[in-house]
Structures are given as structure tokens and as C-alpha cells.
Design a protein around this ligand. Structure first.
Ligand code: CP
Ligand code: NVA
Length: 307
């Protein structure tokens, strides 16, 4: 049984297979072709934090593949009333075929997975957001082809998204440049990714403009992630020089793309002219969550399929 708790839980080969499948599955969806390999399968979705994209993409995706979903939140289940995570995992995984969890610490999803009879997917933790990076890389490939050897600039917080980019660079062999304000660096230990070793590693930059110079993709995220709201004001001040603006886009490669996992705050981490501008692919990126996750669920439940 395979879980997907971090980006590097799957090999490069399996990740690329899922991305290939995502393209096929997306094509079927666009052609209104019914594809229901998951009839009679049930996905439980556990949300301990808010969501729009993750919920809609998993729920719609599962229905499209013929399955069904159960939606649980901390507030309306025993999870919010201190039932041990191990007990919840044992019970829930006896009734469903697959579980997606959005929660706080990575240790919580690991504890759930350790006691689950079925595959568990990380729908965002404080440390990682693997499904989002899968969608981001799929989106890059759709627009520009293989990401191997390309340069991605991460500007902003050293958060769950940044940690996952670190793992993806190591797995898929692209250059990652990371620029964060001091005190908000990525956690090399969390991501367990190599630094400063060429393609497949990441390099840090004190100056975000330098990180963006010649990059093929510039990407950012909110300055304050869910669960860190108390730091909002301090972060707003610390991150002021890390807004992705037109000057940063101009410093990148002429055909550079802009991505943001959303939700976005125009005028904070990104200038409206950038996110709403011609280089932005954020709507494709959001839609692609559904296609890559359908491919991921197919893989976790059925393995490699023919055609
Ligand atoms: N990008 C993303 O995960 O969005 P939601 O928080 O809306 O699910
Ligand atoms: N880093 C953000 C991503 C939201 C999809 C958060 O964790 O809140």
C-alpha cells in the first residue's frame, strides 16, 4: 500500500507516470468522455483547515471517476473532541478505500497513515502540499514541456509550498532558487533536499530580484499560512520587499510563467498586474489540481493501468 504524504513518497518514474495519466484523464474530461474506474470506491476527506480548491477538486474528481466521497471536518466529527487520531484512522479506513487529510503537523497525518488500512493523501499540512506541486509541475509541462533542467524561483515564505518545491526539484531535476526574508527560510531538514548542487538542488538568495533573474517560472504564496494568523502584522512588514511585481517578472526569462497556489492577496505577495497579467497561469494551475489528483487516486487504488 502506497501513501502520498510528501512529494518524494513516489519515485520520479511514478510521479512522471501520474503526470502522463493526468494529461489523458484531462483529455477525457474535456471531451465529455465518461471514465469511471473508481465505481463503488469511497474517498474520505478530512479537513482540519479551510479549503476551496482541495475540496472541490477531490470531490468533483472522485464523482467523475464513478466513486463517492465523505466530507469530515474537525467541527462536525469526533476529531474535534479529542478522539485519538490512531482510533479515527482505524475506524475510517475500515469503511472507505482512500483518505485525504488537510491538517496541521505532518506528524498527525503520519500517525493517521500508520494506522490506516487504505492509502492516505496529504491535502496540505504545515510542512507540505504535494498535490499542489503535482498540479504546478503538470501546468508547467502543459505550457513549456519538461521541467527538468529549468529554473524555478520561489519568492516569499519558506512554507509548506516551498518545502514541497525543494523535494520536487530534487526528484525531477530542476534548479530551484529560493528567496525568503530572514527568519522565514525553508527548512532543509524538513524537506530533506540538497542545497547548491546544480540541477536537482536549491540555492538561496537574499535578494528576490536575483532569484528571479532569467527564471522560467516565478511562484509565490500567501505571507501568512493557515494556522499562523497571529503573525499576520509582523509578517506583512517582514515580507514587504518580497512582493512578486512587474520588475521581477521583467527580470525573468521573456517567456517566464507566474504561478500561485491561491487563495491570493493582490497588493501583498503579488501585484495585481502580475497575477492577472499574460504570464500568469493560475487558473490552469487551479483546474489542474483536479486532473492530477484523479490520476493520483487512480494510481493509488489501481496501480498502473493500460490506456
Ligand atoms: N491551493 C489550495 O490548496 O487551495 P484551497 O486552500 O482552497 O484548497
Ligand atoms: N501556504 C498556504 C497554502 C494555502 C493553499 C497555507 O498553508 O495556508
Amino acid at each position: 500500500m502506497q501513501h502520498y504524504l510528501q512529494f518524494n513518497d513516489l519515485s520520479a518514474q511514478d510521479t512522471l507516470y501520474i503526470l502522463e495519466r493526468a494529461a489523458i484523464i484531462k483529455q477525457k474530461f474535456k471531451a465529455y468522455e465518461k471514465y469511471r474506474p473508481l465505481v463503488d470506491r469511497t474517498l474520505a476527506m478530512i479537513f482540519e483547515k479551510a479549503s476551496t480548491r482541495t475540496r472541490v477538486s477531490f470531490e468533483a474528481g472522485m464523482y467523475q471517476m464513478g466513486g463517492s466521497v465523505v466530507h469530515l471536518t474537525t467541527g462536525d466529527s469526533q476529531l474535534g473532541r479529542a478522539e485519538p487520531i490512531e482510533d479515527s484512522a482505524k475506524v475510517i479506513s475500515r469503511m472507505v478505500d482512500l483518505v485525504m487529510i488537510r491538517t496541521y503537523e505532518q506528524t498527525k497525518i503520519e500517525a493517521f497513515a500508520a494506522h490506516s488500512r487504505v492509502p492516505v493523501i496529504n491535502g496540505l499540512t504545515n510542512e507540505f502540499h504535494p498535490c499542489q506541486i503535482l498540479a504546478d509541475i503538470f501546468t508547467f509541462m502543459e505550457h513549456r514541456g519538461s521541467i527538468a533542467g529549468k529554473t524555478v524561483a520561489w519568492v516569499g515564505d519558506g512554507n509548506n509550498m516551498a518545502n514541497t518545491w525543494l523535494q520536487a526539484a530534487a526528484l525531477l531535476g530542476f534548479h530551484l532558487r529560493v528567496s525568503t526574508p530572514s527568519g522565514y527560510e525553508v527548512n532543509e531538514k524538513t524537506a530533506a533536499a540538497p542545497a547548491d548542487m546544480g540541477a536537482g538542488s536549491y540555492k538561496t538568495f537574499a535578494n528576490p530580484m536575483e532569484a528571479c533573474a532569467g527564471a522560467d517560472l516565478i511562484t509565490t504564496d500567501v505571507w501568512t499560512s493557515m494556522g499562523f494568523e497571529a503573525e499576520n502584522e509582523t509578517r506583512r512588514q517582514a515580507f514587504a520587499a518580497w512582493q512578486v511585481n512587474r520588475a521581477m517578472m521583467a527580470a525573468a526569462a521573456p517567456d517566464a510563467l507566474f504561478m500561485h497556489c491561491l487563495p491570493a492577496h493582490r497588493g501583498e505577495e503579488v501585484e495585481a498586474e502580475v497575477i492577472d497579467g499574460p504570464q500568469s497561469v493560475v487558473w490552469d494551475e487551479a483546474e489542474n489540481r483536479m486532473h492530477v489528483q484523479k490520476a493520483l487516486m487512480e494510481y493509488l487504488l489501481l496501480g498502473r493501468v493500460a490506456a
